[in-house]
Design a protein. Sequence first.
Length: 369
Amino acid sequence: MSKKVLLVGLEYSGPKIIDVEIETLGLCRPEVDEDRAAYALYEYDLIIINPQSYSHFIFGSAGEHSDSSSELYDLKRENNSYDLDTVFDYSDRSEEMKAALKNGCRVIWLLAEEKREQFFGYRKVWISYLNKTVEKLVENNDVYTKKSRRVSITESGNKLTPYFEQVAKDGWRICIDTPLGINKCLAQTPEGYDLGLEIELGGNVGWLLTPPRSNEAITALVHCALDLNEDDVIHHKYDGIFLSHTSEDKPFVRRLKSDLERHGVTKVWLDEAEIQIGDSLIKKIDEGLKMTKYIGVILSPRSIKSKWVEKELDIAMNREIGSGEVVVLPLVMEECELPSFLEGKLYADFYSHEKYEDSLQKLLRRLRK
C-alpha cells in the first residue's frame, strides 16, 4: 500500500519515490474550493505545513496576495467566500490533526514569521499548525529572522541529518529561542537558538523545523520524514517486565534491558540493577515480581537448569493461573528444550541477529498498555 504525503505550502520537485503519493494542497474547506482542498488529514502518512502566508496554508501554495500586508482583506475582496472563517474551519481540521497524530502520522511544522493581521481580531499564520501546543510554543517564544549557514546537529537530530546539511548549504533564515529541556533539540545555531525541535504532544511526537530554502532541501526533508517510523511518532506506554535469567546469560539480558528502555519501557526489573548489598535476595525478587505485570523468562541451555529461574517461573505460572491472564513470556536466546508447561506458548525467538529486532518489536507490542 502506497504512502500518502500532504505538502501544505511546499512543492516537491525531486525524483519520484516508489510507493509514495505526494500532493500539494491547502487546508481550505472542500465546499469552498474542491480542487485545492486537502483530504481529511488522517488519510495521510506524512504532513508538512509551511505557512509563509495565509494563501500558502489555505490553498497550498502562494497566491497573488501572499506578499500583501492586508492579505486577508485582499482575499475577501477577491472572493467573499475566501473570508478566513468561511474558507478555513480550524475546529474541524484540528480534530483531523488529532486523529492523524493518533494514527501515527508524521507531522512537521515549519517555522514562519508571525505575520499577524488585524482581521476581525488578531490572526496569525500559526493557526495553520492546528495544534495548540505547537501554536503556543511559537507564540510564547522569540522567533528570529537571521541570515546564516551555521548549523549544529545534535544526536537527537541524526535522522534528519541530510535535511539539516542541505539547510546549512543553502543558508537558513528563521530560528526560535525556547527554554532548555522542554522539547528535544535537533539542531541549533551557534548562540543556542533552535533550528529543529522534537515536540512531545501527549503520547505523540511532532517536529518544528526551520523551513527549506531550495528544492534540494525540500527533497531531503520529504525523504528524511518518510524514514521516520511509528516508534518515532507514537510514544507508547508499556507495562513492566521482570527478566528471569541465570547469571551466565547476563550479557544478553543487559542488552535486552537496554533496548527495551530505549523504546520507552520504564520498568525493566533486572537483579543487578535492583538488589543492593545486604538485601534479601528472595524478598527483593518477590518485590520485583509484584511490581511488574509480565515475567520474561530468558531460556537457554543454562537457564533451564537454574534453580533460581525455576523458582521465579513457578511463582509466575501460579500468578498466571490465578489471574487467568498472560503473565509468562518465554524469550528464547539460544535453542534449548523448553520446559513442558511452556511448550504450548508462543515464544520470542532471539537466537539470531536477524531475528533479534523482529522479536524485540513483538515483545514491545505485548508490553503496550
